[in-house]
Design a protein around this ligand. Sequence first.
Ligand code: AMP
Ligand code: MG
Length: 394
Amino acid sequence: MKPVDRHLADILAAVRPLAPLEVEIEAALGAVLAEDVASPVPLPPFDNSAMDGYAVRAGDVAAAPVTLPVIGDVAAGDGGLIALGPGLVTRIMTGAPLPAGADAVVPVEWTDGGTARVRIDRPAPPGNAIRRAGEDVRAGDVVLREGARIGPAQIGILAGVGRRRVLVRPRPRVVVLSTGAELSEPGTPLGAGRIWESNSFMLAAAVREAGAEGFRAGSVTDDPKEFMDTLDAQLIRADAVITSGGVSMGAYEPVKEALSPLGTVTFEKVAMQPGMPQGFGVVGPDRVPIFTLPGNPVSSFVSFVLFVKPALRAMQGLPAGPPATVRATVTAPVRSPAGKRSYLRAVLTGETVAPVTGQGSHQLAALAAANALIVVPEDETSLPEGAEVEVIPL
Ligand code: AMP
Ligand code: MG
């Protein structure tokens, strides 16, 4: 059987970052920046008032209380033409440019609020309530680096440095297709021998959580031709495809039957539990990466965490490798098959981790109750209560 780490390494060697694309900043949420972004101007661009109040020469108010003539108003958006002579003040609003000659702002709360003359009750030191040009960003400073994930604050600074468009690696478009003659759409009645289809919903959501776009292509029966026709129709909009089911050792394995003859998808047994039957390769004229995951819901979920999520990071131009782990003490003895790495569903609380009841690869409710996977190495068949284990937080 193929080691887990080698399977991931093969996948990461095969996937490429998506080509960068220029998009409007409104469309950049969740994408990864593909350029360094610098500010063409200092931010703030000019010295301005941090408060509503009076622009003064600090020396004129050092002996406060004082009463001084108000020679005008400066509002936010004014061109900043007023110059302030000795002994004079102007009213000034938050964000308004500081008049030449002024070196402090007295907040309106320290005054009587006068408009022709104003009584100033407290002295203001030089620089008081002034936001200096360039104190956030200097002209030419890089404010965002290539590889940064673009969230709301990053869209804010893009706009703040005057950008309308930005170069990003787009969110990969990932089509999720389930196979199985037994599958019924949730929300429809359940016939004899059937189960509600869950994998495409779960995997499409996992794709979205990983920063990509997940599209459910629904499910097809176990007819290889139907599978292939649906896959062909979906390929035009896909940067990657995830399938579930139809890759085991039984009869009626449509994914294996349809893709094996192409010679571009490899089906293997990976030394892990759950999730042993795995397939990976490329399909279509554009050689779109395809992950053929096993059908058992927990197997497909664990396979996504171990193999697909890192690949989606690589496609976004982000550093990619095995999922991060923490160490914790296990609260109950655990078992694992010899020669396979186990990923046991568990609840991680601080420094302890408790396996959940129901470790079958079909036990989706147990997965939903878990927030972590305990990793049991290939060469261990059991670990006692109190053992230190490696844990993948979910
Ligand atoms: P397979 O890998 O196709 O042999 O399926 C393994 C098990 O997973 C079977 O019990 C299937 O019924 C179940 N299964 C396969 N696909 C799905 C799905 N999309 N949603 C829920 N269960 C599934
Ligand atoms: Mg099946």
